[in-house]
Design a protein around this ligand. Structure first.
Ligand code: GDP
Ligand code: PGA
Ligand code: MN
Length: 617
């Protein structure tokens, strides 16, 4: 048939003849794009300019293809509803690789394969993988374009959904390409959904491939992703570049690339403090970043909700920049009561909603959006849903993707390429037991120990079992782009190389402790501002604490619970340090250190010994 002949001809067609080829004066980039087009055989190449017209056209095409549904403009202007293939809903840690040249450099916590072997496998997967599709070239910049050294990337993808999402999540398009000039270094990011179309074959609404690879080549600073369209796997500027690749850059250059929100806290006396906080995926970063404090006189402004790049300034303080341009938040649990600022952000529109439910009047809904669900919804699998359905209307890892600048409490400093000086770093996880509401580290090394031994229950943000306690160091377990032991050493070294008096103070928080009935003992969300108040007062030497075996924990009267319907007993449960429970952690920490092996820094072994002594373990 003619169709087959066409497909055959495609293989022979020189890339330079493709519509859209050669659209840059950056010779290195042009050569890479040509090489990838040669390999993947797209029907056409589109250089993404990031304009409104382009976005309108791409989203209209996605609506036509059935990937997106346009929402009611009166509810969510210029916004869309997407449903993925039910198998493509979260990050795939099992399929994520750090392909360093030497296996030892990827360490005991990452999957590894020899880079040459991985490239050979993936090259065969990419061969012809964009046939029948458009190859989009997305120039992007993580962090402000006005930085001394803008952090460029270029993502090649065959997914228009990825283009539309990248436009929200990163600074992309013509301005970036212009700024790259003829020779700026950039991180090449290759993405294919792995679903070529033969001539005449009709597309599915969510093309993807059961075989998935999310691969980082740290020495080459390069990313290859195949088979998935889910944000964490396909928006390569985010976790892949800004954490996995950037953490390797940061190790080499003496800075930190961390899985942290950044917030600005303003006290009633108008004193400003900047706080960074690392919690594992789906453990409260986006919510804390946009906190609406209940405490009189306290205000929060947002700088970032997921990633912080931190460098020491000339004054010796640690400065944080958010490299992202949008919010990719967990939808369920986000509502007017829990996170009104997120609701105000998405209300302004220009957003993509993935795997949530659709209302009959063209709006979105998810568990926690409002107290009373609508009488009828279309669920994330496209089926009818009513309040007496047995299943959730939305996938637990369903997401809103929305421009950060729409956040009503975005801080002015957000665009400052030099970032903001961090006064406190919080590490936190989701633990039903053992870990108190807040603990202050005695010093940097103790704080690094808290981070390095952080534990949390697994969530729906990654494929796999939910609710299993695992060690998640600095909330970076799936994101450290090199050996975890080397990463701990980097944290220790950063502390030693800089003025201790100017280092941020480190705290360990847990909003998720439960009582015997299985209820959260701490109300969380907006009330977490009360914990931030204690943190700031500790920095100022004002708030009371008791020294426990694990660090400084507030005395119950040191936490301001004015106007809060919380009994003193409940607060005591939240703050309780039970040495017996902590003794039970020791073998788990020892097992964890054994897994990390010889590279566990001596300073952290000292911290473990100190903890054991204090516990009498
Ligand atoms: P992120 O992935 O770390 O940004 O986490 P999110 O802020 O999106 O929150 C993940 C889930 O945890 C959502 O369902 C939230 O509603 C819930 N959550 C966030 N903060 C709190 C809190 O303080 N207490 C409780 N109980 N749940 C929270
Ligand atoms: P998050 O990350 O859950 O930390 O917001 C998003 C993802 O990569 O899935
Ligand atoms: Mn988040």
């Amino acid at each position: 048939s003619p169709a087959q002949t066409d497909a055959g001809l495609n293989d022979e067609r020189p890339t330079a003849a493709l519509p859209g080829a050669n659209s840059t004066r950056h010779a290195g980039l042009a050569a890479w794009v040509a090489e990838i087009a040669e390999l993947t055989q797209p029907d056409r190449i589109h250089w993404v300019d990031g304009s409104d017209e382009e976005y309108a056209r791409l989203t209209a095409e996605l609506v036509e293809a059935g990937t997106l549904v346009r929402l009611n403009d009166e509810k969510k202007p210029n916004s869309f509803w997407a449903r993925t293939d039910p198998s493509d809903v979260a990050r795939v840690e099992e399929r994520t690789f750090i392909c360093s040249v030497d296996e030892a450099d990827s360490g005991p916590t990452n999957n590894w394969m020899d880079p040459a072997e991985m490239k050979a496998i993936m090259t065969e997967l990419y061969r012809g993988s964009m046939r029948g599709r458009t190859m989009y070239v997305i120039p992007f910049c993580m962090g402000p374009l006005t930085a001394d050294k803008p952090m460029f990337g270029v993502e090649i993808t065959d997914s228009a959904y990825v283009v539309a999402s990248m436009r929200i999540m990163a600074r992309i398009g013509a301005d970036v390409l212009e700024k790259m000039g003829s020779d700026a270094p950039y991180v090449p990011c290759l993405h294919s959904v792995g679903a070529p179309l033969e001539a005449g074959q009709t597309d599915v609404a969510w093309p993807c491939n059961p075989e998935k690879y999310i691969v980082q080549f740290p020495e080459e600073r390069m990313i290859w992703s195949y088979g998935s369209g889910y944000g964490g796997n396909s928006l390569l500027g985010k976790k892949c570049y800004s954490l996995r690749i950037a953490s390797a850059m940061a190790r080499d250059e003496g800075w930190l690339a961390e899985h942290m929100l950044i917030l600005k806290l303003i006290s009633p006396e108008k004193k400003v403090h900047y706080i960074a906080a690392a919690f594992p995926s789906a453990c409260g970063k986006t919510n804390l970043a946009m906190l609406d404090p209940t405490l009189e006189g306290w205000e929060v402004e947002t700088l970032g909700d997921d990633i912080a790049w931190m460098r020491f300034g000339e004054d010796g303080r640690l400065y944080a920049v958010n490299p992202e341009f949008g919010l990719f938040g967990v939808a369920p649990g986000t509502g007017w009561k829990t996170n009104p600022n997120a609701m105000r952000t998405i209300e302004k529109g220009n957003s993509l909603f993935t795997n949530v439910a659709l209302t009959d009047d063209g709006d979105v809904w998810w568990e926690g959006y409002s107290e009373v669900p609508p009488n009828h919804l279309t669920d994330w699998k496209g089926r009818d849903w009513t309040p007496d359905s047995d299943e959730l209307s939305s996938h637990p890892n369903s997401r809103f993707c929305t421009p950060i600048k729409q956040c009503p409490i975005i801080a002015d400093e957000y665009e400052d390429p030099n970032g903001v000086p961090i006064s406190a770093i919080l590490f936190g996880g989701r633990r039903a037991t053992t870990v108190p509401l807040v603990t202050e580290a005695r010093d940097w090394a103790h704080g690094v120990f808290m981070g390095a031994t952080l534990s949390s229950e697994t969530t729906a943000a990654a494929v796999g079992q939910v609710g299993v306690v695992r060690r998640d160091p600095m909330a970076m377990l799936p994101f450290i782009g090199y050996d975890a032991g080397d990463y701990f050493n980097h944290w220790i070294t950063v502390g030693k190389d800089n003025d201790a008096s100017k280092l941020p103070k480190i705290f360990y928080v847990n909003w998720f402790r439960k009582d015997e009935a299985g209820k959260f003992v701490w109300p969380g969300f907006s009330e977490n501002g009360r914990v931030l108040k204690w943190v700031i007062e500790r920095l100022q030497g004002k708030a009371a604490a008791v020294e426990t075996s694990i660090g400084h924990v507030p005395t119950p009267d040191a936490i301001d619970i004015s106007g809060l319907d919380l009994s003193l007993e409940a607060l005591q449960v939240a703050l309780n340090v039970d040495d017996e429970e902590w003794k039970a952690e020791i073998p788990l920490i020892e097992e964890w250190f054994a897994k990390i092996g010889d590279k566990v820094p001596a300073a952290l072994r000292v911290e473990l010994d100190t903890l054991k002594q204090r516990l009498g373990a």
